[in-house]
Design a protein around this ligand. Structure first.
Ligand code: ADP
Ligand code: MG
Length: 344
């Protein structure tokens, strides 16, 4: 089961580094936990207590099944997934899709509108061309002219949505969709829903560094998450936040990148230049009740960069923290709602 759902959302070889971004600060090893692999990375679920004697053995298959369902809807690493079939189809007719796929594509569209197109799931051909997608030769700049790649094949407004029955439609035939910037967050929200439905009210759920907390730890205190410093290899912490019915997602340029001719290329594509972002933003963390929203917004702010990203976060009252690479080290900036969630 695991081998089939490995390497789904990120290029192979990066998964081990993904968890470096955030780590749960449990005071001692946690016994009530479920761990596994999904979306090319790992997931973990920690519970404060088990309401039934068999809760872990009952929950694990439910969680695995839900994650497999999500992967078979939206993985671009599985050629048989619903999304892969949509991507390879050249049809510009309406295609009926599952509620899961519709929900994520519709939320991606809303985040695109909120961010002036910075978040754009139609960058898929560019993600591949720059060496970060399922069809990529790792660590390579595009051979073809990128304006040729982008051209009519990208632009979020060229994907149309129909809510009843759920469907999506390409305006031009060569378009494709990449949900790697939002799907992990959706997965976290859906695992949380499995736990809620089972009657569990205190848990911490994580997929590849995107985390959602509800209720309290076994010691009755809120779940705490350490926001780790983006300098590779350092364990210095940038702060600790409490997640009471909240989620945190982080996007960075330090986990999935390559260097060619002295230039650093990371996996976040700026749709306006059709190339990886060039500013000095090393990482962005966003806190929101919805992990899906936090995930997409973290990617969007990563595209916008330190000035425009911070301005947008402030304008919308979002909890966001930015780590900017400077010549003499790193600078951290955060919005007041993020600062209020930090613990001393
Ligand atoms: P991570 O996968 O490290 O958690 P993100 O959530 O920021 O990071 O997702 C980055 C992925 O999103 C990229 O690997 C790529 O597949 C996709 N992506 C890149 N640029 C954009 C963009 N402008 N809008 C939406 N998705 C993007
Ligand atoms: Mg994201």
């Amino acid at each position: 089961m695991h081998s089939r759902i490995r390497s789904v959302f990120v290029a192979a070889g990066t998964a081990a580094l993904i968890n470096a971004g955030l780590s749960a600060c449990a005071p001692k090893p946690h016994s009530l936990s479920i761990v596994g692999e999904t979306m090319g990375t790992s997931y973990s679920v920690k519970l404060a207590n088990c309401p039934t004697p068999d809760c872990l053995t009952e929950l694990e298959p439910r969680i695995e099944q839900r994650l497999e369902q999500i992967n078979s809807a939206m993985s671009t690493y599985d050629p048989q997934s619903e999304l892969s079939r949509f991507n390879t189809a050249r049809s510009v007719d309406w295609i009926s899709v599952s509620t899961d796929l519709y929900t994520v594509v519709a939320h991606a569209h809303a985040v695109s509108e909120l961010t002036g197109g910075a978040f754009d799931i139609t960058v898929a051909p560019l993600v591949n061309a720059w060496g970060f997608g399922p069809e990529s030769l790792a660590g390579k700049q595009p051979a073809a002219d990128r304006s040729q790649i982008a051209g009519p094949a990208t632009g979020y407004e060229r994907i149309e949505l129909r809510d009843d029955p759920p469907g999506i439609r390409k305006r031009t035939s060569r378009m494709s969709i990449d949900l790697s910037g939002i799907a992990k967050g959706f997965g976290v929200d859906e695992i949380a829903r499995v736990l809620d439905d089972y009657g569990i009210s205190s848990y911490l759920v994580e997929i590849g560094g995107e985390v959602r907390g509800r209720g309290t730890r076994p010691d009755g205190k809120p779940w705490r998450i350490a926001v780790e410093h983006p300098a590779i290899g350092t364990r210095r912490l940038d702060g600790i936040v409490e997640l009471a019915d909240l989620s945190i997602a982080t996007s960075g340029d330090y986990r999935n990148f390559y260097v060619e001719d002295g230039q650093r290329y990371s996996h976040t594509i700026d749709p306006t230049t059709a190339a990886p972002v060039r500013h000095g933003l090393a990482s962005v963390s966003v806190i929101d009740p919805s992990a899906m929203h936090a995930d997409a917004m973290a990617t969007a702010l990563m595209v916008l960069g330190p000035e425009r990203g911070l301005a947008l976060a402030q304008e919308h009252g979002m909890a966001a923290a930015f780590v900017v690479r400077r010549d003499d080290g790193y600078q951290q900036m955060m919005t007041p709602p993020f600062r209020r969630l930090l613990v001393d």
